[in-house]
Design a protein around this ligand. Structure first.
Ligand SMILES: Nc1ncnc2c1ncn2[C@@H]1O[C@H](COP(=O)(O)OP(=O)(O)OP(=O)(O)O)[C@@H](O)[C@H]1O
Ligand SMILES: [Mg+2]
Length: 223
């Protein structure tokens, strides 16, 4: 399968949760899997297993060691801020070309089901040079999965993110609506409304109380 970039409408929307669920699903099918979180902010080495890199490594069945974290998440920052702000706090910069080069390199192998988790949402800034996550996706030439929620207001956030991706020519393989707990908006009605505006992009719903059907459907769609 072609490697997929996992992006979202914003932070905390379920990118890591979804990536881990997909990796575990594929492993039960005997597939070879790989996953990366190239930019990781809010990283504390004393709690590496709780970080996105730690969670991805656990889902891959790999050890959460310093070397493994380094291999999966080479750009790590202590502050839980957007990448540009987290890097600036440490007087560092994210070299966009190096980031794209890394992403293209690790995405290379077709025989391995590879996921690259982004950071924050589609328009999260990476540096002071006007690069955002969507530029990273487009420059890497990878198709992406857009993770959204089902909270009130998510329709606009989701369609805005979709437009932003399409504007730079990024391929969107699927939009995943990951149910927001306690939302007044039903998952089904959200999908009906989204379908009117999302063109040909497949929509996948993940229900909190029975996520496996959505995960299995997405896993198949990506292969
Ligand atoms: N479908 C789900 N079922 C159960 N828990 C979920 C689900 N989706 C997300 N979560 C939980 O919600 C929280 C936020 O999800 P997650 O860490 O995957 O977000 P994220 O988009 O990767 O955030 P970040 O921008 O920090 O990378 C986590 O505690 C995660 O386990
Ligand atoms: Mg994450």
């Amino acid at each position: 399968m072609e490697a997929q970039f996992i992006t979202g409408t914003g932070t905390d929307i379920g990118k890591t949760w979804l990536a881990c669920a997909l990796l575990r699903h594929w492993r039960t099918e005997g597939r070879r899997v790989a996953a990366f979180k190239p930019i990781l902010s809010g990283f504390d080495a004393r709690h590496a297993e709780a970080s996105d890199a730690g969670q991805l490594l656990a889902a891959l069945g790999r050890e959460v060691s310093a070397a493994e974290v380094d291999a999966v998440a080479p750009w790590r920052f202590a502050a839980a801020l957007s990448p540009d702000m987290a890097a600036a706090k440490e007087e560092r910069d994210i070299d966009f070309d190096a980031l794209v080069g890394f992403t293209r390199r690790v995405a290379g192998a077709d025989s391995v089901s590879t996921l690259i988790e982004g950071v924050g949402g589609v328009m999260a800034p990476l540096d002071a040079m006007r690069h955002t996550v969507r530029d990273w996706i487009a420059a890497s030439g990878l198709p992406c999965v857009l993770v959204a929620g089902s909270y009130l207001g998510s329709l606009s956030h989701t369609l805005t993110a979709l437009e932003a991706l399409l504007k730079v020519g990024a391929g969107v393989t699927a939009i995943v609506v990951n149910e927001t707990p306690g939302s007044a908006v039903g998952l089904d009605v959200m999908l009906v409304s989204l379908a009117h505006h999302a063109g040909d992009v497949p929509l996948v719903a993940i229900a909190r109380d029975s996520p496996q059907a959505g995960v299995a459907r997405l896993a198949k769609l990506l292969c």
